[in-house]
Ligand binder design. Structure first.
Ligand SMILES: NC(=O)c1ccc[n+]([C@@H]2O[C@H](COP(=O)([O-])OP(=O)(O)OC[C@H]3O[C@@H](n4cnc5c(N)ncnc54)[C@H](OP(=O)(O)O)[C@@H]3O)[C@@H](O)[C@H]2O)c1
Length: 324
């Protein structure tokens, strides 16, 4: 098999496509012939050794895949060769084949094509868990999404709108904000041009902040919370981890809520599966329309990660693994 591997923890340029032996499925495992693998920010962090998961070198990044079952290990009865499946791999997905426990596979519904399936679960399941399980977002509440045109951000915009929230999208360009408007945001803030604090004050505050960016945007967003508001700490794409003084939490009568979806999904597989089913239903109803803006081959994985690093990917990028 071919795999785009991190050979040294020196960022996107240290990724090489290697020819490796094909995996054979162990007991309870399935080998999937990967067709599409979604691109996510943790792939970039892993290339620098900055993510909480640090597999031994060399390893392929790639946290989610979709493809067809190619071989079954002993004891696997739930799947057949040729079944359309998606899986959260956390790493190893930028490869033509992956061996994975059958319990980690999800059948792709007929209503979803395999490319969408390869770019769906990581971001949509993160944002659904954040907004529903952790944020308790209700219809009629106002939701602010930072980095709203990014992978988890655009998923949060769509899910928020589908749940009946009023969505305020904050992003860094007109093109990004137009995409957010097309996916359900009704208020737009360009934080590269506007003062975020003033813009949110003029809007009259928000009930929930979805924050995958951190840096200088977190504190003005938390300050915009109405009493009883929730600030969802999702990630730090800007690089800086902000320090917020706790008196602000008291004065705002708000909650600061940590979101660690991957660990939660592993510890709560049944609830995670129920969330995926809810997301598949929203997709089948046309309420979620995942946006894939860039496509790459396995050889182009370094470019894909550079594009993420330089904020050029709108919605999702996908590695078209089967394309060569
Ligand atoms: N907690 C969890 O369970 C969980 C799960 C998945 C992902 N995450 C985290 O969520 C964050 C976003 O992931 P993603 O896959 O959605 O990434 P993404 O598609 O690259 O989106 C990140 C967005 O952040 C904004 N940004 C601001 N400063 C940036 C910078 N210096 N570099 C890159 N982007 C910057 C960009 O929007 P603008 O240009 O509009 O500012 C970009 O669209 C990451 O930190 C990731 O690790 C957390």
């Amino acid at each position: 098999m071919r795999a785009a591997c991190i050979t040294q923890l020196e960022g996107p340029d240290a990724i090489e496509v290697l020819d490796l032996p094909d995996p054979t499925p162990r007991k309870g495992q399935v080998v999937v012939a990967v067709e599409h693998a979604g691109l996510n920010f943790p792939d970039l962090l892993m290339s620098r050794g900055l993510y909480q998961i640090r597999p031994p070198l060399p390893f392929a990044p790639g946290g989610e895949i979709a493809g067809r079952v190619a071989a079954l290990g002993e004891g696997v009865t739930d799947f057949e060769v040729g079944d359309r499946v998606l899986a959260l791999t956390f790493f190893g997905g930028f490869a033509t084949q992956v061996a994975i426990p059958a319990a980690q596979l999800t059948r792709v519904p007929e209503s979803m094509d395999l490319e969408t399936a390869g770019a769906f679960a990581f971001t949509y399941a993160t944002s659904y868990h954040a907004l529903v399980d952790r944020g308790r977002l209700s219809a009629g509440e106002r939701l602010l999404v930072l980095g709203a045109a990014g992978g988890v951000g655009l998923a949060a915009v769509e899910i928020g709108a589908a749940l009946g929230a009023e969505v305020v999208a904050a992003a860094s360009s007109d093109e990004k904000l137009a995409l957010c408007a097309a996916h359900g945001a009704t208020h737009l803030v360009d934080y590269a041009k506007q003062d975020l604090k003033e813009a949110l004050k003029a809007l009259g505050g928000v009930d929930v902040v979805y924050d995958p960016v951190g840096g200088a945007y977190s504190e003005p967003s938390l300050r915009a919370l109405r009493p009883g508001g929730r600030h969802l700490v999702v990630g730090f794409a800007a690089g800086d981890i902000p320090a917020v003084r706790l008196n602000l939490v008291l004065l705002k009568q708000c909650e600061v809520v940590g979101v660690a979806w991957g660990s939660w999904a592993v510890a709560n597989p049944h609830r995670h599966r129920a969330n995926l089913d809810a997301l598949f239903a929203l997709h089948a109803e046309g309420k979620l329309r995942p946006h894939i803006s860039r496509r790459y081959t396995l050889d182009e994985v370094p470019q894909a990660l550079r594009d993420l690093d330089e904020r050029r990917v709108l919605g999702k990028g996908v590695i078209q693994v089967a394309a060569g």
